[in-house]
Design a protein around this ligand. Sequence first.
Ligand code: GLN
Length: 454
Amino acid sequence: AHLDRIGEVDGAVHAFLHVDTEGALAAARKVDDDIAAGAHVGPLAGVPIALKDVLTTEGVPTTVGSKMLEGWLPPYDATVTRRLKEAGLVILGKTNMDEFAMGSSTENSAYGPTRNPWDLDRIPGGSGGGSAAALAAFEAPLSIGTDTGGSIRQPGAVTGTVGVKPTYGGVSRYGLVAFSSSLDQAGPCARTVLDAALLHEVIGGYDPMDSTSIDAPVPPVVAAAREGANGDLSGVRVGVVTQFSGDGYQPGVLRSFEAAVAQLKQLGAEVVEVSCPSFDYALPAYYLIAPSEASSNLARFDAMRYGIRVGDDSTRSAEEVMALTREAGFGPEVKRRIMIGTYALSSGYYDAYYGSAQKVRTLISRDFEAAFATVDVLVSPTTPTTAFPIGERTGDPMAMYQADLCTIPANLAGNAAMSVPSGLSDEDGLPVGLQIMAPALQDHRMYRVAAAYE
Ligand code: GLN
């Protein structure tokens, strides 16, 4: 049924870069056979899922939304992919994304934009717009995203779906094509909080193949989602971050947020205002740290090891082939990031740019620590605006970066954060998201609040 649905609507939505019809049907048949043979299967066995094209899938194309990896067939599965297969999930295919996960609208994909199912002339968020649009268009009931600065939560917010960035290190990055290694985190996308929690427990947990994987049990997110569903938040302290309002926020988004806070109070939560002054510097710090790491990570695309090769290597030097390949393989936003990152890391500028950004990162972590000493979770709008029209911000990178204003602090500090649908804006009738943030390894706290609110 989901493959049929993809056939019907994906021509217009373009959530998928690759649909693996045969692989999906074979995986589904295997679950049927296992059940017929009396085998024990997990709670998500047989459930279809779409995978952001940044996670490797053995023998199935993985492009990261880039021309650079066109035609590349990974020789191995990412740990997330492997865990999905072992749990019997049926992988439908790979979803569209901004090239190398750099963007906030999915317009930076080398394969054309994804459209928002709520309004096909608008963006579905980014960088994981394909994974969110696939849920909103009922092409898949579950999907996987990755969140470096908001790429799971922001698409979730603008498509009316649930998106979770787990605690950094809570889900393995093995086989996740690196953008900014100290920020990248894979996580579950779903249409309900409980669905996201079930998927979280399948993909989460320690992996010796990832040196930053946390060696601790997966937080009990399914139990928390079930507990929250009884709608009682008494005893829960919720902090409203005062920095996330003012200029750049649509009045409709702010009104939706006020209504959400009122509802949390009604459910029994105690709500207080919390100030996190360093959050004002999160965006500039992120746009130095993420490009710096990207400039280093993307050095591996050298025309020798992966992907395309441009230029005749019998007549040209290795340097020329490398330059021609990177010229043709990378799009404008990726080149911009490589240049910013290379500059910020260069001797003479390192302390002023990268060093300062790292100090801001520490201050942001301290703001979170101080806040979580008095509250259980923090809340804010997920995005300052609802989905904007396709093309509106493509010529203005600074305007595009503003879409990450509320989501970036959680990546810089490494703690958990999620977006849950918060109704439609009374301004334009488009979905709004409520962001809930929790301390590292306390992911279950935000699931409880989200399930009660949902
Ligand atoms: N929009 C942010 C960026 O362009 C975040 C991307 C992400 O989370 N992958 O870097």
